[in-house]
Design a binder for this molecule. Structure first.
Ligand code: DX5
Ligand code: ZN
Length: 213
């Protein structure tokens, strides 16, 4: 399995001090910074866009992992890549031509991945598996931090790990804490997004360390 990585999601950070929050989680051992972009259509929330990613890029010494929860990801990947994203993932449910979009993201110099909503079967990406750098499995419904982990996703993680082989990253997002981390790792995940668990803790260092099992 690839190296275990912890990716704090800025969605639960203090938005008035984003730069400082990035420094603090990197100091505490964050491997990636996870940024959630939502459009109020695909996901029922509005969050950050390319200008914010651009402003934050210089604050990060680790990869910027941009998770697009947008109806029209095709129209935004160039802007996010130019803003300094290192990894761009988009939802399988939102793209008509996912293979083309994966190619475009890679041509822009970023790592490219597909995201699956809880209700989307892994079969939907079977024929894309050779074309992705990573897959992100949602373990809650997209939109908000602090939701409860959906245990039925453990089986999906196992199936997607089998599809990806042992070299590539399998990321999980939603409801990750000290209790669910060992379960998703045992099922085959190696990149753990954690928002409310990290940013809601008194010690970012202890929270991040507690996810490494
Ligand atoms: C939800 C976002 C997540 C969110 C996770 O749609 O994709 O990245 O920040 O939050 P927690 O870790 O609190 O479930
Ligand atoms: Zn996310």
């Amino acid at each position: 399995m690839p190296k275990l990585k912890i990716a704090p999601s800025l969605l639960s950070s203090d938005f008035s001090r984003l730069g400082e929050e990035i420094h603090a989680v990197i100091e505490a051992g964050a491997d990636w910074i996870h940024l959630d972009s939502m459009d109020g259509h695909f996901a029922p929330n509005l969050t950050i866009g390319p200008p914010v990613v651009s402003a934050l890029r210089r604050h990060s010494t680790v990869p910027m992992d941009v998770h697009l929860m947008l109806d029209n990801p095709e129209e935004f990947v160039d802007d996010f890549a130019n803003a300094g994203a290192d990894i761009i993932t988009f939802h399988a449910e939102a793209s008509r031509h996912p293979h083309r979009l994966l190619t475009r993201i890679r041509d822009l110099g970023c790592k490219a991945g597909v995201v699956l909503n809880p209700g989307t079967p892994p079969d939907d990406i079977e024929f894309l598996a050779d074309s992705v750098d990573l897959v992100l499995i949602m373990t809650v419904n997209p939109g908000f931090g602090g939701q409860k982990f959906i245990a039925g996703m453990l089986r999906k993680i196992e199936l997607v790990r089998a599809m990806l082989g042992e070299e590539r990253d399998l990321e999980v997002d939603g409801g990750i804490d000290q209790n669910t981390a060992p379960q998703v790792i045992a099922a085959g995940a190696n990149v753990l997004v954690a928002g409310s668990y990290v940013f809601g803790s008194d010690s970012y260092l202890e929270a991040i360390e507690s996810l490494r099992v």
